[in-house]
Design a protein around this ligand. Structure first.
Ligand code: F6P
Length: 450
């Protein structure tokens, strides 16, 4: 029963029927009746990891002695929450190639952690700040404060620095004869974290960095991963941050190339990044109205691409735009690899130039190639990437608070969920050839060289 204007608790009720008006839950916090309402909010929201309302509600509700309501809240809590760890210091690291949005993640993690009373440090250049502190006269660890993360949400790059050399699990060490052998330095990272009293690490990276994070987790480090890469090739998350910015930039470049291609009646071949997946090529290619898109998932026949450009000429469209993913390869052929070095991923590139030369020779139409390269990784993140980065960073802090470890935060619209790092790094996410995006491309007449 609810008596308007009276405090039902004074009447020693054992069962209270709660008047529910969730919209007033926070603003009416001084009314004892509303405290009862808080309890209901608490019960309703404990299943959402780290929900702030749930935490506030717990403290508000603690003064309410309604037996049945309090009992059921405790019961729910017992079944839903892990033991919360004692956290004093959290470290953040950014590894692998940079991606727009890294600074936004750093900001969200730092603010979220400081608000919980934790200290935050940033590890310089991947794990190098811990592995080689002597190389950093100002310290391999940077204290992160509200001041140091102010005004960085919109900035590209990373204030911590990053590296895609020197995987600590296979660290290259030069031998006397000049050759390299690799050694596992992960124990040094664990020791470094202990020495600096780091209780948890937020590792922001792509497949390589997150596999390293998983290995460190297996060795006992409390660690939460945040999926970053312009390539969007991480499974278990609908999107990685950085991807939207890279696609938006590549699309703008295609828009610009249209006018010059048309003016000169040329074939313009545009090489985009993406490593072994065609996400950037497909998304930018369709949006930028390319005539052909070559991706690693579909080995191409160059004659099919040449025929597409000839057909356009016959139809009075005297120019063509061809997007080529750096990892694309011809049917029965190999990827175009620029270099291989010990301890780092092979460097792709050169396929755009090759395709342009072939098309010119086969069609007689003048062709040019453009490599968008690292421009796709630079600059400020799009709104989508900023928001995603901030959401990922805040979710990573909640995960640590809840006692999670060995997991990656993942976008699963409309929410962010946690997935085991092992699962997230098990396989690469390729473009599904039966997706509606691919069907759209085919319906629009885009050639994939197959
Ligand atoms: O993984 C991101 C990425 O930009 C790939 O698309 C590209 O192949 C690679 O990194 C380039 O790396 P680097 O910075 O070593 O040239």
């Amino acid at each position: 029963m609810f008596y308007p204007g009276k405090n039902p608790l004074e009447k020693n009720f054992t069962r209270i029927i709660i008047w529910h008006n969730a919209g007033n839950a926070v603003s009416a916090s001084l009314n004892p009746c509303t405290r009862v309402l808080y309890i209901e909010e608490y019960i309703a929201t404990t299943s959402e990891p780290g929900n702030r309302m749930a935490r506030k509600a717990t403290s508000s509700a603690s003064t309410v002695k309604s037996a049945s309501t309090a009992k059921s809240a405790t019961a729910k809590k017992k079944t839903k929450t892990k033991r919360r760890p004692r956290i004093r210091t959290v470290a953040i690291n950014t590894g692998g190639g940079d991606a727009p949005g890294l600074n936004a993640v750093i900001r969200a993690v730092t603010i979220g952690a400081i608000e919980r009373g934790w200290k935050v440090v940033g590890i310089r250049d991947g794990y190098n700040g811990l592995l080689m502190p002597e190389q950093y006269p100002d310290g391999g660890l940077i204290p992160l404060t509200l001041e140091s993360v102010r005004g960085i949400t919109h900035l590209g790059g990373t204030i911590l620095g990053t590296t895609n050399k020197g995987n600590p699990l296979e660290y290259p060490v030069q031998q006397k004869d000049g050759s390299y052998k690799t050694v596992d330095r992960s124990r040094e990272i664990i020791r470094g974290c202990k020495k600096h009293r780091i209780d948890a690490v937020v590792a922001i990276g792509g497949d390589g960095s997150l596999s390293i994070a998983d290995a460190l987790y297996e060795k006992g480090l409390r660690i939460v991963g945040v999926p970053k890469t312009i390539d969007n090739d991480l499974s278990e998350t609908v999107a990685t941050f950085g991807f939207d910015t890279a696609v938006s930039f590549a699309t703008e470049c295609l828009d610009r190339l249209h006018s010059t291609a048309e003016a000169h009646r040329r074939i313009m071949v545009v090489e985009v990044m993406g490593r072994y997946a065609g996400w950037i090529a497909v998304n930018a290619g369709i949006s930028g109205t390319a005539d052909a898109i070559l991706i690693p998932e579909i080995p191409y026949d160059i004659e099919k691409v040449a025929e597409k450009t000839r057909e356009r000429v016959r139809n009075g469209r005297k120019f063509s735009i061809v997007v080529v993913a750096e990892g694309a390869k011809p049917k029965g052929g190999e990827r175009s690899v620029k270099s291989r070095e010990v301890g780092r991923a092979e460097k792709l590139g050169g396929i755009g130039e090759h395709v342009a030369a072939q098309l010119q020779e086969m069609t007689g139409q003048e062709s040019r190639h453009v490599v968008l390269g690292h421009l796709q990784r630079g600059g400020k993140p799009t709104t989508f990437d900023r928001l995603l980065s901030l959401r990922f960073g805040a979710a990573a802090v909640r995960a640590i608070e809840e006692g999670q470890s060995g997991i990656m935060v993942a976008l699963d619209p409309p929410t962010v969920r946690y997935v085991p790092l092992k699962k997230a790094t098990r396989r690469m996410k390729s473009v599904p050839l039966d997706s509606d995006t691919m069907m759209t491309a085919r319906d629009l007449g885009i050639c994939f060289g197959d």
